[in-house]
Design a binder for this molecule. Structure first.
Ligand code: ATP
Length: 874
């Protein structure tokens, strides 16, 4: 705060402001003054820029001059979301007493601190997304994490290594992450700078504090009941979240009724590359479609939010998966059942967020009516589900609670069509409170009296346009247009002169005004009291309505799956505990919907198991459909384990417990690390976590490096997976190195396939059919042709490729060790080679030194070779 602001001329108001601002230095303070929210100093500059409101000066020219920008208090809903979305923390400072009741300065205090992770305003939230606040507690190897959506009351915790935490953050997409102050550089190192973060004091991140916060909140002795007792770090992170809520003045938390453990053992492990690469919830390229976009057929916001979680957390237990799949099957079979349920779901809005608003006391009367109307659909839904043969739907049906008492209370207490907000019109029904009814009658009759008075006076004075109106400054008045000014009786008291009219009052008018306003003040007070009592009573239903919301979310996802299956012609998968993946005519769910008119997606069979065909080596030219095939296989498996039908004619799927994905790391080059190193590191993390039920997708591994390095990496990895004694992870390996086809000779569970193409003259036609056998030759040069490379270069390349292939064959690459030995040998040779003192050799030497092998593509390598050959006069 600059000196200017603290001059001797500091007014009591600014003194109060400065005191409050000092408590919230990191927040933008909205300071309520009368009907306005004002911002001062730096805050005013920020607010005026972000909101496009006028920046002025308070006390211009005086020693206490300070920037000022403000907006009317009723525009808070418009401006607050803009500030929060722009990444600001906003402290809302309200008047804590009625200005009319005090002679000194009004008491003010911060009533809420809104941050991106803790926001209730519907305008900040996207109804279809959870708004999670995340907290991390960093340990040495293992870290704790917690996520809370304060708008729905959903609260989760877990702990695990960095990779697991990263993956959870990817799946939950928190809007804000809090962590310990002294872990700033560690956080940035692990998670980068793309998240909105806030750091808290270190002492908050201790086991005792965390446990105390949680047990106090849930009113329990331990966290055993929630099954998280052993998650020491998870508890610390969760405690930090509750502390943060307190710090931001969110202490009404009755809707946070439980904390759930994210049970790693229950869900398929998807490594972070898989979530990204399979485009499960976020597209790789802006505007791209995700699996979520394609399979989302939900009708309620709860379903929408839950589906996202189902997608990133597919199940691993056969029984649970089959419960879902059987429900989808029944909903698919029975058209009328589905139609009935969908009809009800269409009418169900965001009951989860509405009931949270009841718990925090922020619900508006109209919203209560909406919630009550939603609850009326519980009984029909329950009845509909009871007609299903699926166990899951039966269970859902039995658990749905009708909440009749809630509906009755709202029906009895609220008007059918109450005002949107308390204080903006009548809310409480007639017949609830006798004094309220009487006061309403007085107010009404007073208004009737005023109407009669207007008519009477108009007649008496001969002023046809005479009007009785009201404003906040001097209450009720009579307004006379200037043309009739001379007809105004003498006893009227003039109050205000406008350009075209004059305003008057009379003793009679004031007498009725006192009656009406007195009644209205009392009406507001009684309505507010009754309304708060009602909300208080309704908060007893928080648990039941939250449970209903969760059941409906599940029902919505399942019905959405059924609908999807019918729309896209999906079929029911068979899930068992075998180690087989046997897909008949599988398709890619996203690509098949995006093909040009007239182009059919070519379906393919994929078979993998532990004994015979563990690894499939898929060769084929670029663009032939290798990646699509890899991804569709994983997507089909994952969709099935989410409980959905699948884009295939049929499939028998042994449960998969982990999915790993690695894609030739061309997009990692920007990080500065060598592609080769990145690829090796990432792949080694697969090898450390392999299981018999793992599914591994390796797409063009080794692409980012020079050809022989690439082949060696790819070979080494495939060999390792094949030879790994503890587990036989099923693997799809896409590569354009046809050299890898040789592996099938040595390794019995590696089989060669290729995505077939037909060469017609100079052109290649993609048939997109996966057929057994390796490719005859590499298609790199074909791609160079497509890229418009000069014919001379292409011809030379073709020639050299032949040479290379000949040499390579003669070296009989038996296994990777041989390659490594060869590489060592050639190093030695290089030395002696360049000891010759020849200028051409020197040039060649320089050329070779300048090559960055880690980023060289095969085509570039060929061109380089061509240049070098020219140097020798070849
Ligand atoms: N089975 C299929 N049926 C119809 N079109 C397909 C099929 N598979 C792939 N395609 C189309 O071909 C395009 C290229 O496929 P994909 O990216 O899988 O090729 P690729 O062999 O992996 O190529 P690259 O090596 O360049 O990554 C896809 O975007 C899609 O439009």
């Amino acid at each position: 705060m600059s000196k200017k602001e603290k001059g001797p001329a500091e007014t009591p108001l600014m003194k109060q402001y400065n005191e409050i601002k000092a408590k919230h230095p990191q927040a933008l303070l909205l300071f309520r003054v009368g009907d306005f929210y004002e911002t001062f100093g730096e805050d005013a500059i920020t607010a005026s820029k972000t909101l496009g409101i006028i920046l002025t000066k308070r006390g211009a020219g005086s020693p206490s001059e300070i920037e000022l920008a403000g907006f009317p208090h009723h525009s808070l809903d418009t401006y607050l979301p803009k500030l929060v979305r722009a990444g600001h923390r906003v402290a809302i400072c309200d008047q804590l007493e009625d200005p009319k009741m005090t002679k000194t300065i009004v008491k003010r205090g911060v009533t809420e601190l809104v941050t991106p992770g803790i926001a209730f305003s519907d305008k900040i939230l996207d109804g279809h997304h959870n708004n999670f606040l995340g907290a991390i507690h960093f340990g040495k190897e293992i870290h704790g994490i917690a996520f809370l959506d304060v708008t729905t009351g959903e609260f989760f915790t877990a702990q695990g290594n960095t990779e697991y935490i990263t993956k959870l953050i990817q799946g939950f997409e928190p809007s804000e992450i809090i962590y310990q102050k002294n872990k700033h550089s560690l956080f940035q190192e692990l998670f980068g700078t793309k998240y909105y973060t806030f750091r808290l004091d270190d002492w908050i991140f201790t086991p005792d504090f965390g446990k105390e916060r949680l047990t106090n909140h849930f009113k329990t002795n331990s966290m055993k009941g929630f099954g998280i007792d052993d998650l020491e770090y998870g508890i610390i992170a969760s405690g930090a979240i509750l502390h943060y809520l307190g710090e931001t003045q969110h202490d009404k938390l009755g809707h946070i009724t439980q904390i759930q453990r994210i049970e790693e053992e229950k869900y398929v492990w998807l490594d972070r590359f898989t979530i990204r690469n399979l485009e499960l919830i976020a597209p790789l390229n802006e505007g791209g479609k995700t699996l979520f976009n394609v399979i989302n057929g939900t009708k309620t916001p709860m379903g929408d939010r839950l589906l996202k979680r189902w997608i990133v957390m597919p199940l691993k237990h056969e029984e649970q998966i089959n419960l879902r799949i059987d429900a989808v099957a029944d909903l698919t079979d029975k058209h009328s059942l589905r139609a009935e349920i969908e009809h009800e779901l269409n009418e169900i809005g965001d009951m989860e967020r509405l009931i949270s608003k009841v718990a925090v006391g922020k619900i508006h009367p109209k919203e209560l009516r909406v919630l009550s109307r939603i609850l009326e659909h519980m009984v029909p839904l329950r009845d509909a589900c009871s007609h299903s043969v699926s166990n899951l739907l039966q269970q859902l049906s039995q658990r749905l609670e009708p909440c009749e008492e809630f509906i009755q209370l709202v029906e009895r207490m609220l008007l059918k069509d109450p005002a949107v907000m308390l204080g903006k019109g009548p809310v409480i029904a007639n017949g609830v409170h006798s004094e309220l009814d009487e006061l309403r009658a007085i107010s009404e009759s007073g208004k009737d009296y005023l109407e009669a008075m207007q008519e009477r006076e108009s007649e008496k004075t001969g002023i046809p346009s005479l009007k009785i109106a009201f404003n906040n400054v001097f209450g009720y008045y009579l307004e006379v247009r200037n043309t009739h000014k001379d007809k105004v009786p003498e006893e009227w008291i003039r109050k205000q002169t406008l350009v075209s009219a004059e305003r008057y009052i009379t003793p009679e008018l004031k007498e009725y005004e006192t009656k009406i306003l007195g009644a209205e003040d009392k009406i507001s007070a009684i309505e507010a009291k009754l309304y708060f009592e009602l909300v208080q009573k309704l908060s007893a239903f928080v648990g039941a309505i939250q449970r209903n919301a969760f059941l409906i979310a599940q029902l919505d996802c399942l019905t959405g799956f059924a609908d999807l299956a019918i729309r896209n012609n999906y079929s029911k998968p068979t899930i068992n505990d075998s180690y087989v993946i046997d897909i008949k005519n599988g398709r890619h769910p996203v690509i098949e919907g995006q093909l040009k008119a007239g182009v059919e997606y070519v379906p393919n069979d994929v078979y993998l198991d532990k004994e015979e065909q563990q690894i499939i080596m898929i060769t084929g030219p670029n663009m032939s459909g290798k990646s699509a095939l890899l991804r569709q296989t994983a997507l089909i498996v994952l969709m099935a384990q989410m409980g959905s039908f699948i884009p295939a004619d049929a499939a028998i799927l042994g449960i998969v417990d982990k999915v790993f994905t690695r894609v030739g790391a061309s997009d990692n080059i920007s990080s500065g690390e060598s592609t080769f190193m990145v690829e090796m590191n990432e792949t080694s993390s697969i090898l450390n976590n392999l299981s018999d039920r793992s599914l591994i997708l390796l797409d063009e591994i080794g692409r980012g490096t020079s050809t022989y390095d690439g082949i060696s990496i790819a070979w080494a990895i495939a060999e390792f997976i094949h030879e790994f004694p503890q587990a036989k992870g099923k693997t799809l390996f896409a590569t354009h190195y046809h050299e890898l086809n040789e592996m099938a000779v040595q390794f019995p569970r590696i089989h060669n396939y290729n995505v077939s193409v037909k060469e017609v003259g100079q052109k290649i036609i993609f048939l997109r059919k996966l057929v057994e056998g390796g490719s005859e030759h590499s298609f790199g040069i074909h791609v160079a042709k497509l890229a418009g490379m000069p014919t001379k270069v292409i011809q030379r390349a073709e020639l050299m490729l032949e040479q290379l292939e000949l040499n390579h064959r003669s070296s009989e690459m038996k296994n990777v060790k041989d390659v490594v030995i060869q590489a060592g040998a050639s190093n030695d040779m290089q030395l002696s080679f360049f000891q010759l003192n020849d200028p051409v050799l020197e040039q060649i030497h320089d050329q070779l030194i300048s090559i960055d092998i880690n980023t060289l593509t095969p085509v570039e390598a060929l061109m380089k070779l061509n240049e070098i050959k020219k140097l020798t006069g070849g």
